[in-house]
Design a protein around this ligand. Structure first.
Ligand code: 5GP
Length: 146
């Protein structure tokens, strides 16, 4: 029998899978048939958004081309909205593959962080205020919909 490395097997109970199933609440920024964008609950800067594919991919190695393209197009929309809402040019696009790289949720996701590499906050440490996240999500969503 082929040995399966637990880190490379998709876990249907990961937190983002539960969001896609509607079992866990989140602050939605944008959704289409292939992607979902929502606020990161422990942002590394104000306005930190995550974009995920509606495909069971652990990391980049699993991502199908049509979902890769869709995630990138949604990331563009989110990044343009962040530039407008936060009145800044600089937005970091980051994506971690594997626990060795620091990945903590094993459903592929792109981080979009209105920050600078010199000012970036710590990864997944401090929980943001729920009302603040809701407020930012609403502003970003309004710009994307406009
Ligand atoms: P990774 O370390 O896998 O690249 O990033 C996972 C991200 O998911 C982290 O930035 C972390 O703050 C975020 N995160 C973890 N749990 C939740 C959650 O329950 N809700 C939301 N919205 N984000 C989460």
């Amino acid at each position: 029998m082929t040995e399966v490395n637990p880190q490379t097997a998709y876990d249907d109970n990961n937190i983002f899978a539960k969001m896609l199933d509607g079992d866990i609440p989140y602050h939605k920024v944008y959704e289409d048939d292939k992607t979902l964008a929502f606020m990161d609950i422990m942002p590394q800067a104000e306005g930190h958004v995550l974009v995920i594919p509606k495909q069971k991919a652990v990391d980049l190695a699993d991502l199908e081309p049509e979902y890769a393209a869709a995630v990138l197009m949604t990331s563009k929309k989110v990044m343009q909205a962040q530039r407008q809402v936060f009145e800044r040019e600089g937005v970091i696009q980051m994506q971690l593959n594997g626990s060795q790289a620091g990945q903590t949720v094993f459903h592929y996701h792109v981080h979009l962080i209105p920050s600078s590499i010199h000012e970036l906050g710590r990864h997944a440490v401090t929980q943001a205020d729920n009302n603040d996240l809701a407020n930012i999500a609403q502003k970003l969503a309004a710009v994307i919909d406009a």
